[in-house]
Each structure stands twice: as structure tokens, then as C-alpha cells.
Design a protein around this ligand. Structure first.
Ligand code: SF4
Ligand code: MG
Length: 333
């Protein structure tokens, strides 16, 4: 069975001055149908760049896919024309962001924005689009959808706006939803409700979700599989139970320690000392995490660990684990 999404050796660069620097460096992974895959890491690790690459929404003239492939249902989409990609967006793949206010247009009603998406992708009348919009708002748990449909984004709370964004994103029943920090701007209770909603929608609509987050708590809540990214590379990948039961990469372990307790404020999350290296200052040799890693050894600064899996399919890129070291040796020959 072809995976829904297959990414191979993806390299996405950003132009600074005259040079391109890779924000995503040879990343490969798959998303199967009906799965929720989390991509986790601090900001600056390449998570959002990855989602913009999949959506082909990189800033023009600045961000560019420099290598690798992105296959959606077996079809290469990294080379689609603007027009072909426009057709896919919303219909096959859609996206929600952290701040719905930036994605919603403040001058149009909620109904207008929903209808626009429906009329764009489906062969239906205006009247049908309106009825469908109300039904969609209802399906994402918006109370009195027949009233809200004529309201403007600023009239709604943050949580309600995110529900509206979700209704727009799923309007044409995409097979893949990319959710980039969809709950980060919301308070804890609303966050839990939105995650619950996403889980329900995923089941009802039979779709897959890529959940991009800096918060392992979110991952624990709804993901089936997890990819941990650091400085543009995948450092660990496994199913969610294994990740929490047996985290391997020192970076993942530090992220685990940074999960806030329910009564703590979200701001406390950034507890790992040091910073993700900027893309211009990425170390070329060795492990990119070496300068922050509590387990770093001298060879970590010279040997580049490669992602390698154990017998159970748990993948990790760290020379503490034999597999990564072996692959690197093979590669060096
Ligand atoms: Fe730490 Fe070395 Fe493993 Fe990198 S390779 S995560 S520096 S132990
Ligand atoms: Mg981001």
C-alpha cells in the first residue's frame, strides 16, 4: 500500500545574502493513512519549514526546496505548478496554524470564508455552500452555527476561531491535515478541547494529521507516531508509547523533562540550556546537538550520527547507540 505521504531526503534552503542554508537537511519519513504523526522540537528546528515545504508555501525567492522528493499518494508534488498545487491545497492537504487570526480574513464573515473554499473546490450552488458551512461549523462544536456563520472573526474567542479554522481546513475532506502548533496560543482547557476535536475529526473523516508542536504533552495526547527534530534533522522516530517508555536521544530526554505540569505556565517549557544553532552557523561535522548535550563525548564533535533503527524499528541518530555509528562507518568507506 502506498503511504499517503512519503518524504525522501528533503532539503529546504533559505537564502541569506547570496547563499542558501538548509533549514531542513535530508529528512525522510512517511505518513500512513489514518495516522497522527507528531513532529516535535524547539522553535528553529525546522518543523514549520517542513510543513511549508509540503504545502509549497515557502516564501518566494527566499525559501526553496533544494533536493529530495515529496510524494502524496505516490505522486511527486514538489515539482507541481502553482496552479496544480492550488488545486490540491484544501482539497487533498490542508493546514491550520497557531494563530487563526492571521489565516482568517478580518473583513469577511465566517460564512463567506467557508463558502469561498467550498465553491472553489466543489461543484455546488451558493445556497448549498451556505447550508454546508453551517453544518461544518456544527461539526466542529460551534454553538448556534446559524448565527455564527454571519459573524466576523474578531467577534469570536481564540478557541472558537481555531474551531472555525479547523472547519475551513476540513471543508473539502482533505486526506491530510497539517496542524502547526494549533493549540499553542490557547489556554490549557481550550487546548485540551481542540485536541479532542482534532482526534474526533481524524476518526470521522478518515484522514491523517501531521501535528507540529514543541510540546510533548500534545504528542502524548493525540499522536500515534513521533518524529523528534533538532537543527533541521530527525534525531529520533518511533511510536508514541515507545517514545515515552523508552526515549533514547539525549535531546528527546531533555524535552521530556521540559513537559510542564498541569499547574505550571507554558513559558516554563524552554528549560534546555543553550540555543538551537542558527542555520548559518550549523556545525558541518559531528552531532548538531553536541554543544548542548549532557552526554557529549569528544567524538560527537567529529562523527556525524546517522538515523538508524533497532530491531523494533525505533530510530535514533546518536553515537551512544551502536546502530548510528555502524551506519556512519559504512557511509565513510
Ligand atoms: Fe549527544 Fe553525542 Fe549523541 Fe549527539 S551523538 S546526542 S552529542 S551523545
Ligand atoms: Mg514553528
Amino acid at each position: 500500500d502506498t503511504p499517503l505521504l512519503e518524504i525522501k531526503d528533503l532539503q529546504t534552503g533559505f537564502k541569506i545574502g547570496k547563499k542558501y542554508y538548509n533549514a531542513v537537511e535530508k529528512v525522510s519519513f512517511k505518513v500512513d493513512r489514518r495516522r497522527i504523526v507528531g513532529i516535535v522540537g524547539e522553535s528553529g528546528c525546522g518543523k514549520s519549514v517542513m510543513s511549508l515545504s509540503i504545502m509549497q508555501l515557502l516564501p518566494k525567492g527566499i525559501g526553496e526546496i533544494r533536493g529530495g522528493e515529496i510524494k502524496f499518494e505516490g505522486r511527486n508534488i514538489e515539482k507541481l505548478s502553482e496552479r496544480e498545487m492550488n488545486k490540491m491545497r484544501g482539497k487533498d492537504i490542508s493546514m491550520i496554524f497557531q494563530e487563526p487570526m492571521t489565516a482568517l480574513n478580518p473583513v469577511f464573515t465566517i460564512g463567506y470564508q467557508l463558502e469561498e473554499v467550498l465553491l472553489n473546490h466543489e461543484n455546488i450552488s451558493k445556497k448549498e455552500a451556505r447550508l454546508k458551512s453551517i453544518a461544518l461549523l456544527k461539526s466542529v462544536g460551534i454553538p448556534r452555527p446559524d448565527k455564527i456563520v454571519d459573524e466576523y472573526p474578531h467577534q469570536l474567542s481564540g478557541g472558537m476561531r481555531q474551531r472555525v479554522m479547523i472547519s475551513i481546513a476540513i471543508a473539502c475532506q482533505p486526506k491530510l491535515l497539517i496542524a502547526d502548533e494549533p493549540t499553542t496560543a490557547l489556554d490549557v482547557t481550550v487546548q485540551a478541547q481542540i485536541l479532542e476535536l482534532l482526534k474526533d475529526i481524524q476518526e470521522v473523516n478518515d484522514m491523517s494529521i501531521i501535528m507540529i508542536t514543541h510540546d510533548l504533552g500534545v504528542v502524548a495526547e493525540i499522536c500515534d507516531e513521533v518524529i523528534v527534530m533538532y537543527a533541521g534533522k530527525i534525531v529520533e522516530r518511533t511510536d508514541v508509547e515507545t517514545l515515552f517508555y523508552d526515549p533514547k536521544h539525549p535531546y528527546t530526554r531533555l524535552l521530556m523533562g521540559a513537559i510542564p505540569k498541569m499547574d505550571e505556565k507554558k513559558e516554563k517549557l524552554e528549560t534546555i540550556e543553550g540555543l538551537v544553532p542558527s542555520i548559518q552557523k550549523m556545525p558541518q561535522d559531528g552531532c548538531r546537538f553536541a554543544n548542548r548535550c549532557p552526554k557529549a563525548m569528544p567524538e560527537c564533535f567529529t562523527i556525524t550520527p546517522l538515523l538508524a533503527e533497532d530491531e523494533l524499528g525505533h530510530e535514533v541518530a546518536c553515537i551512544l547507540y551502536d546502530n548510528s555509528r555502524q551506519v556512519e562507518r559504512v557511509g565513510e568507506r
